[in-house]
Design a protein around this ligand. Structure first.
Ligand SMILES: C[S@@+](CC[C@H](N)C(=O)[O-])C[C@H]1O[C@@H](n2cnc3c(N)ncnc32)[C@H](O)[C@@H]1O
Length: 276
């Protein structure tokens, strides 16, 4: 068990899919569809139950010959993904700890994807992954499409005077080690973009926030529980402050709103002409 339950991933999926930047999504899929490669392999890192597959299915038309490789360290999530998609795709699962980057199944890959993952990882992981992508691009075009990376911004309505302090605690916790070394949290996409600052790649990014309203109250409720749980474990606020904030947020859950910022990133090799 990774700590990411099927229930939590189900709960967030509608908001995740709504939030993904659709232009970037379409650009990624068009690039893949136009690629002159014999096998088109997508490797989804931290796949969970296969939300990336469903996100792509919902808004684009993928060439049917796509082969999916799903990588996760949670066998239960991988089994659920295979259960949901094995009849429609050529799909394999890989029980691998992502931090062991040399074990990633990247042979003949065309597109590496990840969703809601990069904020969990460290500088070292991103450096290693980017290096692998650069090396792969010496012999074949490989793109990288990573969505829903938390950017450190949460705004609530109605306002509560402790919103800023609670957010500061939450963002400090985002840097906790999640199995890869100190996490980059909200800095992950900037760090990744800097790795590709060279003429050989273009790096596109777009905002993809959750815009949660009354209809999304179950996800908002889970978020409030998570954020206040983190605040209790972090220094700076008293338990009674946190309880006050939590009670206020829960009371307004059916009428208030929550904006939670994310960034989507698409990295493509520049010299497309070479590969077409
Ligand atoms: C926030 S969930 C996102 C899941 C899925 N991509 C989605 O969008 O629903 C993060 C995923 O990364 C996986 N994960 C976290 N740390 C990992 C590690 N060290 N190795 C492999 N997978 C990991 C978790 O099991 C989980 O499936």
């Amino acid at each position: 068990m990774s700590g990411f339950s099927i229930e939590w991933l189900n709960l967030r999926e509608v908001s995740d899919h709504r939030a993904r930047d659709k232009d970037l999504l379409k650009t990624a899929v068009d690039w893949l569809n136009n690629l002159k490669a014999k096998d088109k392999v997508i490797v989804d890192l931290g796949s969970g139950t296969g939300s990336t597959i469903r996100g792509l299915q919902r808004y684009t038309t993928l060439t049917p010959s796509i082969q999916w490789r799903l990588v996760d360290n949670d066998p239960g999530l991988l089994a659920e993904a295979i259960h949901r998609h094995s009849e429609e795709y050529s799909i394999e699962s890989f029980l691998v700890d992502l931090s062991e980057t040399q074990k990633l199944p990247l042979k003949s890959v065309s597109l590496i994807t990840a969703s809601a993952l990069l904020d969990l990882v460290s500088e070292n992981f991103i450096r290693d992954l980017c290096q692998l992508i650069k090396e792969k691009n010496e012999s074949q075009p490989v793109g990288f499409y990573s969505t829903l990376n938390y950017d450190g911004c949460i705004k609530w309505t109605p306002f509560h005077p402790l919103d800023a302090s609670i957010l500061m605690n939450f963002n400090a916790d985002q840097r906790r080690n999640k199995g890869f070394g100190p996490a980059l949290g909200p800095d992950a996409t900037d760090f990744l973009t800097r790795q590709f600052h060279c003429a050989k790649f273009q790096c596109l990014s777009a905002k993809s926030p959750w815009l949660l309203g009354p209809a999304d109250y179950l996800l908002t409720e889970s978020l409030i529980n998570g954020i206040s749980g983190v605040a209790i474990k972090t220094d700076g606020l008293t338990n009674s402050d946190i309880l006050d904030w939590k009670t206020f947020r829960m009371k307004n859950i059916r009428t208030g709103t929550c904006f939670l910022g994310h960034t989507d990133i698409l990295v493509l090799p520049n010299s497309l002409a070479r590969y077409r």
